[in-house]
Design a binder for this molecule. Structure first.
Ligand SMILES: [Zn+2]
Ligand SMILES: [Zn+2]
Length: 249
């Protein structure tokens, strides 16, 4: 199972996973053309996408949806997300609990975020698990339980608290981001990852704010919480693909 975060942030999110029976995309916040070109940059030759899982309906996760659907991709999302998108997809699968997709076992669970029915994910193959939680307002014991024991994690590290508070956003937006249905700070990510890192080989920091964070600061803050962990910590970017990690390599 090869993993690459093609792009992440409020301008768009897409995670590409090479599954045994085809390519799986988690979120499509970029056009198909952009997704293909980023995959090529990451060394992956994409002809098509077997299935697209949408974690929720926000535009930074769904921008490429209609092109992918027209090209024959199966859409997988929670019933609430499908409803919120206001489209009757004939080729769609309800993302609820467990399902089998492209040779992967998929487990979906609710996350606290201000969308209709947002989901976090664990993708499993031959006992190796990849956990994904990129838009969430707070870390709960439920979430920690779902993501424990993953070999790789893609986890939100959205903002630096001081940069957000002193930054240019209007107050209502700051409060939304800080609230229990908003986004996680670097410190909140570090605290959660300290609990989740044991046994993980790779952690990607995702959904970094371009206004209220800096890549180096996110990396440094989270790394402080992981001082005894010997895995690899990766950044993800709004404008280019991350490193590619092979869970079995
Ligand atoms: Zn969102
Ligand atoms: Zn988002």
């Amino acid at each position: 199972m090869r993993i690459c975060v093609l792009g992440s942030g409020s301008a768009g999110n897409a995670i590409l996973i090479e599954a045994p029976k085809g390519y799986l995309l988690v979120d499509a916040g970029f056009s198909w053309r952009e997704i293909k070109s980023r995959a090529r940059r990451a060394g992956l030759d994409l002809r098509g996408i077997g299935a697209l899982i949408l974690t929720h309906e926000h535009a930074d996760h769904t921008r490429g949806l209609s092109t992918l659907y027209r090209r024959g991709t199966t859409i997988v999302a929670s019933p609430g997300t499908l409803r919120a998108l206001g489209h009757r997809f004939r080729r769609s699968i309800h993302l609820d609990g467990d399902l089998e997709l492209l040779g992967l076992r998929i487990h979906a669970f609710p996350v606290p975020h201000d969308a209709v029915a947002p989901r976090g994910l664990v993708l499993e193959m031959e006992g190796a698990r990849l956990g994904i939680a990129t838009d969430l307002g707070e870390v709960t014991d439920f979430l920690l339980g779902k993501l424990s024991g993953c070999k790789a994690l893609i986890f939100e590290s959205n903002h630096d608290l001081e940069m957000l508070l002193s930054g240019p956003y209007p107050w209502h937006l700051k409060l939304r981001i800080l609230g229990p249905l908003g986004h996680l700070s670097n410190d909140a990510a570090g605290t959660a990852l300290a609990e989740l890192a044991e046994g993980a080989r790779a952690i990607f920091l995702a959904h970094l704010s371009q206004e209220n964070n800096r890549p180096g600061l996110a990396l440094e803050t989270v790394a402080r919480y992981l001082d005894r962990w010997d895995g690899a910590l990766y950044l993800t970017y709004p404008d280019r693909p991350s490193a590619t990690v092979d869970l079995f390599g």
